[in-house]
Design a protein around this ligand. Structure first.
Ligand code: E4P
Length: 223
């Protein structure tokens, strides 16, 4: 499973890249709002840091297909070909996905709350579809199940589209989908950090260090 950083703060992204095996960055307009600066400046800065080969997912704002298509080409021109254009899976979005996919533009179908949205976006040519796991849970449905169903529907139909599971609020949600074998998850830095917050491991390391120091002296290492 690929892991993407769901954030736009360059320092937080740099930290995630330093410590964790991450594959790219995703944003949406609300995430960019938190950065509080010109969105193209922020996205260009992220692109410069992660390099031209890494995946950067950024979302269109227009609500009509023609506007979405125009934005997609502009974003690709500024941010490079490995930019995945996030298009909300509403009817106008599907129309735009069909047109852009035909031209070889990388698309991530986003704002996915149910199985058919995910399936239709895949069929229209999106490379990724992004079910909003936690937001679905908050509607009283089961976000994990929706993501699993879409994964199965895409595989059963022989489509190459992968899940990019999104909107996580805890590590259990990520674990469930990692075990299931979805293609990718995009995760905010605090949730990424919680994936490996294991007090027992820290305690074990403390005991190992104490035992070594008892043998070789304080502050000694294998150096
Ligand atoms: C991906 O970038 C999605 O837009 C994002 O994960 C949604 O997360 P939220 O539900 O926390 O806003």
């Amino acid at each position: 499973m690929k892991i993407l950083v769901d954030h736009a703060d360059i320092n937080a992204i740099k930290k995630m890249y330093e410590y964790y095996p991450v594959d790219g960055v995703t944003t949406n307009p609300s995430i960019l709002k938190k950065a509080g600066r010109n969105p193209f400046d922020v996205l260009s800065e992220i692109r410069a840091f992660i390099g031209s080969e890494a995946e950067l997912h950024a979302q269109v704002i227009s609500k009509d297909a023609q506007g979405m298509i125009k934005e997609a080409y502009k974003m690709r021109e500024v941010l490079g070909e490995n930019t995945f254009i996030k298009i909300p899976v509403i009817p106008e979005g599907l129309k735009a996905i069909k047109a852009l996919a035909k031209e070889g533009v990388n698309i991530t179908g986003t704002a996915i709350y149910n199985q058919m949205q995910g399936f239709l976006a895949g069929k229209a040519g999106a490379k990724y579809v992004a079910p909003y796991v936690n937001r679905i849970d908050n509607l009283g449905a089961n976000g994990i199940q929706v993501a699993k169903d879409i994964h199965d529907m895409l595989k059963n139909a022989g489509l190459e589209t992968e899940i990019l599971a999104a909107s996580f609020k805890n590590s259990q949600q990520v674990l469930e989908l990692a075990k299931y074998g979805v293609g990718a998850s995009t995760i905010a830095p605090d949730v990424i950090e919680n994936l490996i917050k294991v007090d027992a491991a820290r305690c074990a390391v403390d005991v190992f260090v104490k035992d070594f120091e008892a043998l070789c002296g304080e502050n000694k290492t294998m150096n």
